[in-house]
Design a protein around this ligand. Structure first.
Ligand code: DP6
Length: 340
């Protein structure tokens, strides 16, 4: 992580979103975001959240603002502000300080649409707030604190490259580790946005319902072997093996969602059209695979060599509203460019 750029108890962090290859879906302790199974992801470059935090001992309450990307700030919607204030109070208790925070945050991509805006948002918030308090966190602490925002996937967004988030022997030992740096393997994530709107059911509700699916246990039995295969495939840059598992894992997650009580259908007709297009690309010899988080949008993962063909194929699809060409990234940075 780059050097501290704090000034007057203020810090700005740009933290990446991440895309999970083996996913977090179902919690042992949902409130503390302790997952049932370990997950593996890669941190991204383009899909990021920028957060500025200012700590003020004279301030009477927290202020939470949302940026629109054009330099305009407005009060954040109440539901989001409540989550942020909850995390600010937690971080304040953790640090043993009083006072309140002024927070501004903005995303470079559509929020709450299966591109893990909570992951990047809460990772950026955690790092900016703790740095505004003058703290320099090691990876276990940063990851655990981000996780305790309630957005478990934020535990993986405090660092770059290829990341594993094990379950850990205890709540305290539940934090992310780096499997390989970003320079290890230049993988792309071409995100086919087919629905810009927020997802129909939150990930939190998805975790809650996951165990009601008859397929929950089946997937859990597959996880240890899948983790090992994906770890090895990343180590060997073996895209063929990697892609088989990554796509199967995403389909399993959505089978669980669709068979939960009550069922959750994240996919839209356009989601299926993109899945089919990726299968066609593969049949034509273009290495690529699909994965989907809790939303309708498809993340098409491919090596740098096939990214132009993948992008061209997806660009030609009328179902695709927007394409985000993203790739593995080096992780959060502290920045001078404050939001206020
Ligand atoms: C499908 O509870 O971390 O993306 O707080 O909404 O980001 P948010 O979700 P979280 O669950 C993540 C669910 C997932 C899979 C994953 O990223 O591992």
């Amino acid at each position: 992580m780059a050097e501290s750029l704090t000034n007057d108890n203020q810090a700005t962090v740009v933290a990446p979103s991440n895309i999970a290859f083996i996913k977090y879906w179902g919690a042992r302790n949902l409130r503390r975001a302790v997952p049932v199974n370990p997950s593996i992801s890669m941190s991204l470059t383009e899909c990021v959240s920028r957060c500025t935090a200012q700590w003020d001992t004279g301030r009477g309450q927290h202020e939470v603002l949302l940026g629109d990307g054009d330099g305009n700030l407005a009060p954040a919607p109440e539901e989001f502000a409540v989550r942020v204030r909850g995390h600010l109070n937690f971080l304040r208790r953790w640090a043993g300080v009083g006072g309140h925070f002024r927070i501004a945050t903005e995303n470079s991509f559509p929020s709450a649409a299966g591109i893990a805006s909570s992951a990047s948002g809460f990772a950026a918030l955690t790092l900016a707030v703790t740095r505004a308090l003058g703290k320099h966190l090691d990876l276990p602490t940063a990851s655990s604190l981000a996780r305790l925002s309630g957005s478990g996937s934020a535990a993986r967004s405090v660092v770059g490259g290829f990341v594993e988030w094990p379950v850990g022997r205890s709540d305290e030992a539940c934090y992310a580790r780096v499997l390989a740096g970003a320079e290890h393997w230049d993988l792309y994530d071409v995100v086919a946005v087919v629905d810009r709107g927020p997802k129909s059911v939150s990930s939190l509700d998805g975790h809650r319902r996951a165990r009601t699916s008859p397929f929950f246990r089946t997937r859990q039995r597959r996880i240890p072997q899948r983790l090992e295969t994906v770890r090895e495939a990343i180590a060997n840059r073996d895209f063929e093996t990697f892609s088989e598992i990554v796509e199967a894992e995403a389909i399993d997650l959505h089978c669980i969602a669709m068979t939960s009580q009550p069922p959750i259908f994240y996919w839209r007709p356009a989601t299926l059209a993109v899945l089919a297009a990726v299968r066609t690309l593969r049949a034509d010899g273009v290495p690529a695979c699909s994965t989907i988080d809790a939303g309708a949008n498809v993340h098409v993962i491919c090596p740098a060599s096939s990214e132009p063909q993948v992008t061209a194929a997806l660009e030609a699809m009328p179902e695709v509203e927007q394409l985000i060409r993203d790739r593995v990234g080096t992780g959060p940075i502290f920045d001078h460019d404050h939001l206020f």
